[in-house]
Design a protein around this ligand. Structure first.
Ligand code: NDP
Length: 298
């Protein structure tokens, strides 16, 4: 059996088109567009590239973006001060603090300074806390695991009573993915570096989400025939046959696993595009919340 390939780029394109229409309508009806502020501290090239990509995507769907850069030695007070200032700015509906922050900064305190209704990354401790509680809904959900859930729905996965295994327990992917699956009534196992018999645990999964950052770790014999496999991983590996000398691969050995799984995301081209689409969607929602709160940019 060859798996259905879940095309994240196609789904993300559809979502971006809907957002572009909605931002035009917002400007027509309310006289403003959603605004996203990005905060970049230091000079990490990968972070700089992520922020650039996010700002470009904003432009393409009619979201205003406001870029803020602070030096690597910025103090806790300076970073929190900027975040508070953006929190009070009515033109800014969403605030994104690019992670990781330099080591001397208290990440939790910085994220905690973002007003809940502008927390478009969904990393505010209260939003994460609500995600972990039964019967509570966060205002925003972290974009990568939310994108993974949309792709599972697109592929026709059934969540109720399904055995789900999440590989990885990070705050930004693994843990929120597990919580989202629990909200949908799946029975969830979360694996990490101390888990015994990873292949055996993974083989139980009707739904397998891999977010470990280990190139092509998940092999065909780790996967239950017909399972839904979401590969969040994005790893750079040497490739002498490519012009650049490297290529990007996921945490799943795609060529092997697609022969066993029922549906699978490629990486690149799966969850990656969904992450930015989710951020844009959350920013649009943040602007809609501002309208509901009667706040208008001056
Ligand atoms: P982290 O490094 O924060 O977390 C990795 C997790 O995997 C940890 O829980 C770790 O366990 C576990 N782990 C690591 N090695 C093993 C192993 N050999 N066996 C079992 N468990 C292991 O990574 P992230 O969650 O931030 O990212 C995961 C992957 O997803 C990366 O490839 C990253 O690039 C990608 N990513 C992609 C995004 C996208 O938009 N597509 C967005 C964010 C991330 P322990 O907790 O015990 O250390």
């Amino acid at each position: 059996m060859t798996a259905k390939i879940i095309d994240g780029e196609a789904v993300a394109t559809r979502i971006r088109e809907q957002i572009a229409e909605a931002t035009d309508t917002m400007e027509r009806e309310h006289g403003f567009r959603p605004g996203l502020a990005t905060v970049l501290v230091g000079e990490n090239p990968a972070s700089e590239q992520y922020v650039r990509m996010k700002r470009n995507r904003c432009k393409k769907v009619g979201i205003e973006s406001f870029g803020h850069e602070l030096p690597a030695d910025a103090t806790q007070e300076e970073v929190e001060g900027l975040v508070r200032q953006l929190g009070a700015d009515p033109k800014v509906h969403g605030i994104l603090v690019q992670l990781p922050l330099p080591g001397h900064l208290d990440e939790e305190a910085v994220l905690g300074a973002i007003p809940l209704h502008k927390d478009v990354d969904g990393f505010h401790p209260i939003n994460i806390g609500r995600l972990a509680m039964k019967g509570r809904d966060p205002l925003f959900v972290p974009c990568t695991p939310a994108g993974a859930m949309i792709l599972l729905e697109e592929a026709g996965a059934t969540f109720d009573g399904a055995e789900a295994v999440v590989l990885g327990r990070s705050n930004i992917v693994g843990m929120p993915a597990a919580m989202l699956l629990i909200h949908r009534n799946a029975t969830v196992t979360v694996c990490h570096s101390r888990t015994k018999d990873l292949p055996g645990v993974c083989r139980r999964a009707d739904i397998l989400i891999a977010a470990v950052g280990r190139a092509q770790m998940v092999k065909a014999d780790w996967v239950k025939p017909g399972a839904f496999v979401i590969d969040v991983g994005s790893n750079k590996i040497d490739d002498p046959t490519s012009e650049r000398g490297y290529r990007w691969v996921g945490d799943v050995d795609f060529d092997e696993v697609k022969e066993v799984a029922g549906a699978i995301t490629p990486s690149p081209g799966g969850v990656g595009p969904m992450t930015i689409a989710g951020l844009l969607q959350n920013t649009l929602r943040a602007a809609q919340i501002a309208i509901e709160r009667g706040e208008k940019p001056v």
